[in-house]
Design a protein around this ligand. Structure first.
Ligand code: A2P
Length: 292
């Protein structure tokens, strides 16, 4: 099956499969991104905190693919909540682009430069979002959030200053952390979810899971392909990472999962247990209600 596109709440189309570049720095990252674009990826996910904006921009330029055919996302880091406009300008400069397609608040927690939650009263994600709303059409086409749970989304959506519903919410999602309630909540608000660490993050056990292997064998694809296809089956944009060009290429394959297989993967956490891999310790609550 070809790679589907989803439509965001502002009308923008987004390719459902992207290369995640949290580990793709320097020349190694450049070659991974170039391999992705050659393999057919048209969506690259980066962030100012990844140190991958420069190699991403260089690979886009060298690929020869017209800019408008590639969907590029970057993110605002915690110590930039004061001035998203300046942070976006800096990201664009590093990327060598004049716009991104999507700009996200990377985490709901403003940080000091020392990397701790910033207690300043003039800083919180509601205020940051009010500034984000002014960036639409000025360096980014769409705006969204990342690592927002239901509690924080409700706070954001009910704030008086919020006039734009985030187009996406990018969160950790894989069979050990399927977050079914969050998926349902985002759908009900018209917010597209994006899955990071979809293969189970570093030292992943998921790729060796016997149940997933059985499903993969039935489709004649790898477990990674099944995990990627499961996200898309759920209506979730999926952002697998790899710095190995052969894996980047092999991951660019989506099969149409049968509902019964999707449902089986939905329930897998009951057997393998729940696990969140990415949860920084900044001295502030990020995730309020650890649910399934
Ligand atoms: P590597 O760069 O060594 O290929 P994610 O964080 O997206 O869940 O991915 C977890 C890790 O799985 C990636 O950092 C990547 O590391 C590795 N990986 C990606 N694709 C595959 C694959 N097809 N088979 C095995 N490992 C993979």
């Amino acid at each position: 099956m070809s790679i589907p596109q989803f439509t965001l709440n502002d009308g923008l189309k987004i390719p459902a499969l992207a290369l995640g570049t949290a580990n793709s720095t320097g020349d190694e990252g450049y070659h991974a991104v170039l391999a992705a674009l050659k393999a057919g990826y048209r969506h690259i996910d980066t962030a100012s905190a990844y140190n991958s904006e420069e190699p991403v921009g260089r690979a886009i330029k060298d690929s020869g693919i017209p800019r408008e055919e590639i969907f590029v996302t970057t993110k605002l880091w915690g110590d930039d909540h004061k001035n998203p406009e300046a942070a976006l300008a800096k990201s664009l400069k590093t990327l060598g682009l004049d716009y991104v397609d999507l700009y996200l608040i990377h985490w709901p927690i403003p940080l000091t430069e020392e990397g701790k939650a910033d207690p300043s009263e003039d800083l919180d994600f509601v205020k940051t979002w009010a500034k984000f709303q002014k960036l639409v059409g000025k360096g980014t086409k769409s705006i969204g959030v990342s690592n927002f749970d239901i509690v924080n989304l409700e706070k954001l959506l009910s704030a008086e200053s919020t006039t734009v519903v985030p187009a996406v919410n990018q969160v950790e999602l894989h069979p050990s952390l399927p977050q079914h309630k969050l998926v349902e909540f985002n759908k009900s608000k018209g917010i597209v979810l994006e899955a990071y660490s979809p293969l189970g993050s570093k030292n992943t056990q998921l790729l060796d899971n016997a149940e997933l292997k059985k499903i993969a064998d039935r489709y004649g694809v790898s477990v990674a392909n099944i995990l990627i296809s499961w996200s898309i089956w759920r209506g979730v944009v999926v952002l697998p990472k790899s710095n190995k060009p052969e894996r980047v290429e092999a991951n660019f394959k989506v099969v149409k999962l049968k509902d019964e297989d999707g449902e089986e993967i939905n329930q897998l956490y009951k057997k393998i247990g729940k696990k969140r891999y990415i949860s920084p310790n900044w001295g502030a609550t990020i995730f309020h209600d650890e649910e399934e």
